[in-house]
Write a protein that binds this ligand. Structure first.
Ligand code: ADP
Ligand code: MG
Ligand code: ZN
Length: 673
């Protein structure tokens, strides 16, 4: 969400203006110099010569003044007439030749001749100048309008958006959470505010601070806040700006950026997305690599070229430290590295509070609840959730944002917008309902840390359906059991298809990918396999996220690779067997949940809990929900009602719960196909 400044919108108007200017220029020159062009086409040399050479006329005077020819003659009646004509410039020479001949032949007397001025030169010069002016204006216009976009015209211009100190209003208080990050950065702020203090003490202040972390975690925001807190100028440029530039432009732009920053010192230079130029050199990424390299080199040169006395702090952000050229991380460059973490539950709540400030919320909204159910959301995601919720509330003509809107938008931000559920066929509803029920039931049966938040078979984004879950308590670690539980939960969809539908679908593709990568990481990164207990493996070319310090990791032989694959298979197979066992045990819950999903498309967390706890007794669940009572109470009340019905059983048809009981007994003996 960068602030592009005001000069956007193509200046089509002024372009047309310049074009009109050119047309006017041409028209004008035609009028001014017009006597030589266009209408004279009709005048041929022959017209003039006819009088000179004809015996009919007694030519008395020939006056050639430039391209104007005046011929005076006496006609057959002895009347003196004057013919005034202009001839094309290129004919003048010929005309003079003819006149000379005529003179020699005695046809005419002496004649006056003044060399013509070549107006066409003037016209050509005017046209040329006009063209240059036009090109200049077009160039200038495009240049101006694209200066903030990616422009090849602004060669070497410093396109960094310089923000005046008073305009940089972002403060640390606008960044929720990130306590450690802010603490580390406050030293930088203090230096920028009072460089002398540090210099007198001979303290070494880092030149470069690299912020790294997942996209949307607030790196750019933090960098702005540093400048805002210190009240210094902020020079922003993004590495991706350089990528499409002409060769040599990137480097010169870096040069002028630093020159400007030095002039404005103390200041902050912020290079966003530095990985776009700062990738490991010689990585052979093909086109544009040279340019990237030159730009990177220039950044290094600039960083080496100034000392603490310049009072410039260079900040950069990336989500890929592992791909950065090691030269960038060397001492004297980005030697201070700050990891910007994903927010935990408390931080998510704080971020939500910041972005909920100007939004009217219904009383039922609990930002704590929202924070708990948005594991894995970044600050940017959370901001997005509240914005989407506001839009939803507006669309629903509400004055305030309710919890429903926030829950709906959370789902939307996570999955992309929901597709039209009316297009669902019964077959796909059936398939997805068992698949999602499988995930939900396995999660409930295994996990102590997470609970189902909602299950839906409304397609959204890439997914056919979705089972959302949230932590019961926030943890920042995973135990081996938790990882295995996640694998089982992921396998739940496919296992359910196999058990209840007798055939498996492609719907489990991303589930399988997910649990395969967890299994792989368990073995290779966390040393959590039977065979390679407490050992870790790394691949040369595998991009371990943020793993810039992986010197210790050993690579391995092909045989080991095969054994690792076997181990992955072992983990998955074990988990799959266990998953099927769980689902088999919970057949009634599965059938009831799938049925409910096919009816209502979505089952929320509390209803899911009830279906599960009741053992799949939908009647009991509905009764409890309708009367807003617990399952136990519903079951006693229903029992007493049933006994009344029992006494008049000849009138009342057979109880609805009977088939469910049949299922119960059938379940124990039934084996999956
Ligand atoms: P990054 O640069 O890490 O990709 P940004 O700084 O661009 O992330 O964050 C995008 C937006 O998300 C910010 O403008 C801000 O509105 C919101 N945001 C991210 N992190 C936080 C946070 N810790 N506190 C408040 N808002 C945040
Ligand atoms: Mg950013
Ligand atoms: Zn699935």
């Amino acid at each position: 969400m960068e602030n592009k400044d005001g000069r956007q919108g193509p200046k089509l108007g002024s372009l047309i203006f310049y074009l009109l200017m050119l047309v006017a220029l041409i028209a004008l020159s035609t009028v001014i110099f017009g006597n030589n062009y266009g209408k004279q086409e009709k005048t041929t040399l022959a017209d003039v010569l006819e009088y000179i050479n004809s015996d009919e006329y007694d030519v008395t005077l020939v006056d050639v003044n430039g391209t104007n020819v005046k011929v005076s003659y006496k006609d057959s009646d002895g009347m003196v007439k004057t013919l005034n004509q202009s001839v094309p410039y290129e004919y003048v020479d010929d005309l003079v030749d003819v006149l000379d001949d005529a003179k020699k032949a005695g046809k005419i007397g002496d004649y006056n001749y003044t060399e013509p001025f070549d107006w066409s030169i003037v016209v050509n010069i005017a046209m040329f100048a006009g063209t240059i002016i036009l090109v200049f204006f077009i160039f200038n216009t495009i240049n101006r309008q694209t200066r903030d976009n990616n422009s090849v015209f602004s060669f070497g211009n410093n396109r960094a958006k310089m923000t005046d100190p008073e305009k940089m209003k972002v403060k640390f208080s606008d960044v929720a959470g990130s306590v450690e990050e802010k603490e580390e950065l406050s030293e930088i702020v203090d230096f920028l505010k009072n460089p002398a203090k540090y210099k007198e003490l001979g303290a070494k202040i880092p030149k470069g601070v690299l912020l790294y972390g997942a996209p949307g975690t607030g790196k750019t925001l933090l960098a702005r806040a540093v400048a805002g807190e210190a009240g210094v100028r902020f020079f922003y440029i993004s590495g991706s700006d350089f990528v499409e530039m002409l060769v040599g432009v990137g480097a010169s732009r870096v040069r002028s950026l630093f020159a400007d920053a030095k002039r404005a010192a103390p200041s902050v230079v912020f290079i966003d997305e530095i990985d776009a130029v700062g990738r490991k050199r010689g990585a052979g990424l093909g086109g544009g690599q040279d340019e990237r390299e030159q730009t990177l080199n220039q950044i290094l040169v600039e960083m080496d070229g100034f000392d603490v006395n310049s009072n410039i702090i260079v900040m950069a952000a990336t989500n890929r430290v592992d791909v950065l050229d090691p030269a960038l991380l060397r001492p004297g460059r980005f030697d201070r590295r700050i990891m910007v973490n994903m927010p935990d539950a408390d931080e998510r709540e704080a971020i939500l509070k910041i972005h909920a400030k100007n939004k009217p919320l219904e009383d039922d909204v609990s930002l704590r609840e929202v924070a708990l159910s948005t594991v894995g959301f970044t600050g940017a995601d959370l901001e997005n959730v509240l914005n989407e919720a506001a839009l939803l509330a507006a669309r629903r003509n509400k004055k305030k944002i309710g919890m429903v809107e926030i829950t709906d938008s959370t789902f939307r931000v996570q999955m992309g917008p929901q597709k039209n559920s009316k297009k669902l066929t019964d077959k796909s509803k059936r398939l997805t309902s068992y698949h999602e029920a499988g995930h939900a039931v396995v999660l409930k049966a295994t996990s102590e840390f997470e609970k189902v938040d909602r299950v839906t078979i409304i397609p959204a984004g890439q997914a056919g359906g979705y089972t959302a879950y949230k932590p019961i308590e926030d943890t920042d670690f995973y135990t081996e059991k938790m990882l295995l539980d996640i694998i089982k939960m992921s396998l739940g969809g496919r296992a359910a298809e196999e058990l209840f539908l007798g055939e498996v679908s492609t719907g489990a593709a991303s589930d399988l990918q997910h649990c395969n990568s967890i299994a792989k990481n368990m073995i290779k990164r966390y040393g959590l396999s039977q065979k390679f207990r407490n050992m870790v493996f790394g691949d040369e070319n595998e991009e371990v996220f943020l793993g810039y310090s992986m010197g210790q990791v050993q690579s391995y032989s092909e045989q080991t690779a095969a054994e690792i694959d076997n181990e992955i298979k072992y983990i998955i197979d074990e988990c799959y067997a266990e998953t099927k066992r769980i689902l088999n045990e919970k057949r009634d819950v599965m059938e009831a949940l799938a049925k409910r999903l096919q009816e209502k498309l979505t089952v929320d967390g509390p209803e899911f809990e009830m279906i599960y706890e009741s053992g799949g007794n939908l009647e009991l669940v509905d009764y409890a929900k309708k009367n807003n009572i617990s399952l136990e109470e519903a079951s006693t009340r229903m029992a007493s009602e049933t006994s009344i019905f029992d006494s008049v059983s000849d009138v009342i048809p057979e109880d609805q719960t009977a088939p469910a009981k049949d299922n119960d007994t059938a379940d124990g003996s039934q084996e999956e196909s």
